[in-house]
Design a binder for this molecule. Structure first.
Ligand code: MIC
Ligand code: SF4
Length: 650
């Protein structure tokens, strides 16, 4: 039986285990990337490991999230990151150079390599034929130290593409079609592999858009083959030598198949407040729009923004609409400046934003009360924009640009009198690596600079054998990492856990921090109870570190998302699931709960399951629960988290 491309690349990197779906494996990581909002913790943890230099092939540190710099904190973080990069052999991408995923695709991605990034959209690299996976910062630190990355061998779903996209329909509409089919939950430990004759018509940035937003389905990653399109992209980036042809065997077997006829795809939107809430743009046509934002790591390549400029050319943005455009990288910005596109955008009234995450992470451009905001980024969780009542729709750049001109939700496929711009052929990108700082051969004499906002990560503690605590919070379904640890205006505390922890669950229950601290003082554990798909979204390990700092020992949910579940184990918080989801109703907020014989349950963890019982001391119920963790994760929890485990096993 032939092999999928996914399994071919995994096999080449396999360090432990057997490649069969569902089993625990460990793979070698060739490249790592971090961004500033997760990077400071990752490097503090790397420093705590006591190594002299990074051990993997390539480590890149990007600054793209916290670039607003109100107050000294962000700039201090940037200084820390630059100095730590020089000290330990990491390439540093300076603020202004662009969004990590876009820049990595342009300058560093290599087909067939593995990439681990402390950001959930690291799968963008799948557009170049890489196995590119998002993880918590501590996992990245371990990979930089030469350690393997542990994961569950995935199921591989083939997404077979045929036909060609029609004008006005683009890669964003394809991934929204995939999201419509697979949704945002239930796809854990699965990889989407794209195949079929439809591949030929999709450029690398378009493939990257599709892989980027696959993250919203909760899959481990998404993967395209490396073919003539890949070769052309790498050559145009002056990196033709990195090309390697890669594809699945003709008789490869997949766990599931989904076929998409590109010619039948229609413009789609993800409606408030989930990337999985998909509707056809046709149904939204005519709705008044207040804000349009184009950019983010999903849709900000040169070809896309060139098209946006052509659409805007000769038009003025509707009077009640604010249009912002953030080119994904400095390369894109320079090319738009050179070819006159930037002038067309400015002439239309667009507000040109920095090449950074910016609006996508709620750092600025918050919409007005109840405003309708159309965005080309990948997440529209409630409140992520900075305005809780805002209605954020995720759309393609084409739908966004047209809607900005017309002032209402525009269906690109209906009559609007604006003609579709000619596609461009890019023979060479404007390569300029001046904002990349390459580390010296020997950085041992370089001093690492730490500002006052940068504190050491708090130590995690081994789990007690009997855990007695209160259900401090009873949350519902689909609690995202943005619910657990808000970003936007709170982002600047990422390097200061006690300060950031004040905002834990801020949007769900602002009293959480004080109540949890009070229990911690009384030596009571905090136990959080939640519904399905707990921890969707970001890789931010702060969503585990801050609760750990507040004394959360157990997270009891109906189900978890992959990266967050791993982060909980890495920081010594026990993730357990209800055996019978209906038992969720047997616990109320404030109930006193007890878990006995935790150590023996973890020591007896088999086939990725450890069974426990939660006794509800308030109402006498006994609730069977299961920790769906690997044997290694059981050991991490017994050791008190990954950092302690790494020290013990050195
Ligand atoms: C996001 O899109 O939510 C982020 C901000 O890029 C996060 C990382 C973070 O929280 O710093 C992600 O996707 O992992
Ligand atoms: Fe940045 Fe948004 Fe991409 Fe996250 S999703 S990396 S915040 S642009």
């Amino acid at each position: 039986m032939g092999s999928s491309l996914t399994y071919k690349i995994l096999q080449e990197h396999l360090m432990e285990g057997t490649l069969s779906a569902g089993s625990s494996i460990a793979i070698r990581i060739d490249q790592t990337l971090t961004q500033d909002a997760t990077g400071t913790m990752a490097y503090l943890q790397f420093e705590a490991m006591g190594l002299d230099r990074v051990q993997n092939e390539l480590a890149v540190s990007y600054v793209d999230h916290n670039t607003i710099q109100v107050g000294f904190e962000n700039a201090d973080d940037h200084r820390y990151l630059q100095s730590v990069a020089a000290r330990y052999g990491i390439v540093f991408s300076r603020p202004g150079n662009g969004i990590c995923h876009q820049v990595h695709l342009e300058r560093f991605g290599v087909p067939g390599k593995t990439l681990l990034g402390s950001d959930s959209h690291t799968p963008t690299g799948g557009g170049l034929g890489m196995i590119a996976i998002g993880a918590g910062g501590l996992d990245i630190a371990v990979a930089m130290g030469g350690g393997a990355f542990h994961l569950v061998a995935p199921k591989v779903v083939e997404i077979r593409l045929k036909g060609v996209l029609r004008p006005w329909v683009s890669a964003k509409d394809v991934i929204l079609t995939v999201l419509e089919r697979f949704g945002v939950k239930g796809n854990v430990n699965c990889i989407f592999e794209y195949t079929g004759e439809g591949l030929d018509s999709l450029s690398v940035p378009e493939r990257a858009t599709i892989c980027n937003m696959g993250a919203e389905c909760g899959v481990t990653t998404s993967l395209f083959p490396s073919d003539s399109v890949t070769r052309q992209f790498l050559e145009a980036q002056g990196r033709g030598a990195s090309f390697r042809a890669l594809s699945a065997d003709a008789d490869a077997k997949y766990d599931d198949v989904f076929e998409i006829d590109l010619g039948a795809v229609v413009p789609k939107a993800a409606a408030p407040h989930s990337p999985g809430n998909i509707v056809d743009v046709e149904q939204l046509q005519g709705m008044r729009v207040d804000q349009v934002l184009i950019g983010s790591c999903t849709n900000s390549s040169y070809a896309e923004l060139h098209r946006v400029a052509e659409l805007l050319d000769g038009h003025v943005v509707a009077p009640h609409v604010s249009l912002g455009i953030a080119p994904g990288s400095r390369e894109v910005m320079l090319m738009l400046a050179k070819d006159g596109s930037l002038a067309k955008m400015v002439a239309s009234g667009a507000r040109i934003l920095e090449s950074a995450c910016g609006f996508c992470i709620g750092n600025h451009q918050s919409p007005g009360t109840d405003a309708v905001s159309l965005r080309t980024n990948n997440r529209n969780f409630e409140g992520r924009s900075g305005t809780k009542s805002a209605q954020v729709y995720l759309v393609s750049p084409e739908t966004a640009a047209l809607s900005a001109i017309l002032g209402e939700f525009a269906n690109p496929l209906s009559t609007h009198g604006i003609s579709f711009p000619q596609s461009i052929q890019i023979d060479s990108f404007l390569v300029d690596d001046n904002m990349l700082v390459f580390p010296p051969e020997d950085g041992s004499s370089i001093e690492v600079v730490r500002g006052p906002n940068i504190g050491d990560p708090p130590a995690s503690m081994p789990l007690s054998d009997s855990i007695v605590g209160l259900c401090t919070l009873k949350a519902g379904d689909k609690i995202t990492t943005d619910h657990i640890m808000p970003a936007g205006s709170r982002l600047k505390y990422r390097s200061n856990i006690p300060a950031y922890a004040r905002y834990t669950f801020e949007g769900v229950d602002p009293t959480f921090h004080d109540r949890a601290m009070e229990n911690k003082r009384k030596n009571m554990a905090n136990i959080v109870v939640a519904g399905v798909s707990y921890g969707q979204g970001s890789s931010r390990e702060h969503a585990a570190i801050c609760p750990m700092y507040l004394g959360v020992a157990v997270l009891l949910a109906k189900s978890f998302e992959r990266i967050h579940q791993a982060n909980l184990c890495n920081f010594g918080i026990l993730p357990v699931e209800f055996v019978d989801e209906a038992d969720y109703d047997k616990i109320g907020e404030g109930d006193e709960l007890e878990l006995l014989h935790v150590h023996s349950a973890l020591e007896n963890c088999k086939n990725s399951q450890a069974s426990l019982v939660v006794a509800n001391l308030t109402n006498g119920e006994r609730i069977p629960v299961v920790a769906r963790i690997t044997e290694r994760q059981a050991s991490l929890l017994l050791a008190g988290g990954l950092l302690n485990f790494t020290r013990q096993t050195k």
